[in-house]
Write a protein that binds this ligand. Structure first.
Ligand code: SF4
Length: 230
């Protein structure tokens, strides 16, 4: 595991749990609005996993969970073993993923190595290239969505609502793809100079108004068990 950071306490990264957040380093996507650019491309400043386990063993009575995020956690070859080791301490795991590695997701779900999974749906799968990711198969994104929806592990899909990746029609089509999901989160974007590609947003208003978010929520509500704006 290449671990690029740890946040020792969070109340917002694992639903209804006090958790710590482990950030894996490296990502196969290139989302212009990414807020963790230091975790996307090398050089990284890795943390020794032994330090993580020493921390978890010491704090296990105070933690309800561990959220593993990134970067993209499913790129880490030893992610299943890492999850097993956390499970052996007795701490539930949430994983965040971009959905590009359905085989890894399938393994984690089948072997019950995770307790919650959150997958980003960036836009329509056929539109990821060129700005979100190149060389990513739309079929892989769709397969990850099906695996997650069909599992009995609590889950959410979430979409960061940024122009030009999102509009009403795209939101409607995403809602149809994730139909019957536990939760769909419409995320607000905070476009600053510190995002991965700030130049992408130059001279354009890329965010949506509160009213537009409410319209998105109305569009998705008939298709999923719960929808929220975050
Ligand atoms: S926002 Fe995009 S580029 Fe950043 S870590 Fe997530 S998937 Fe990777």
């Amino acid at each position: 595991m290449i671990i690029g950071g740890i946040q020792k306490n969070s109340l917002i990264d694992f639903p209804a749990k006090i958790c710590c957040v482990i950030f894996t380093a490296g990502c196969n996507f290139d989302c212009p609005y990414c807020h963790n650019p230091e975790l996307v491309k090398p050089p990284y400043t890795p943390i020794n996993p032994e330090e993580i386990f020493a921390f978890l063993n010491k704090r296990k009575s105070l933690l309800d969970g561990v959220a593993i995020t990134g970067g993209e956690p499913t790129l880490q070859k030893d992610l299943p073993e890492f999850c097993e080791q956390i499970k052996s301490i007795g701490i539930p795991i949430k994983i965040d993923t971009n959905g590009s590695r359905p085989k890894v997701i399938e393994f984690l779900l089948k072997n019950r190595l995770i307790d919650y999974i959150a997958m980003d749906v960036k836009t329509l799968p056929e539109n990821y290239s060129p700005h979100i990711a190149q060389n990513i198969l739309p079929a892989d994104i769709l397969q990850s969505i099906q695996l997650i929806k069909n599992s009995d592990i609590p889950h959410e899909f979430r979409t960061t609502c940024v122009k030009p990746f999102i509009n009403e029609d795209i939101i409607y089509k995403i809602a149809r793809i994730i139909k019957d999901a536990d939760l769909f989160v419409l995320q607000k974007a905070n476009i600053q100079n510190t995002v991965l590609h700030p130049d992408f947003f130059e001279n354009q208003n890329s965010t949506f108004s509160a009213g537009e978010f409410e319209s998105f929520k109305k569009i998705v509500m008939p298709y999923v068990k719960k929808a929220m704006i975050r």
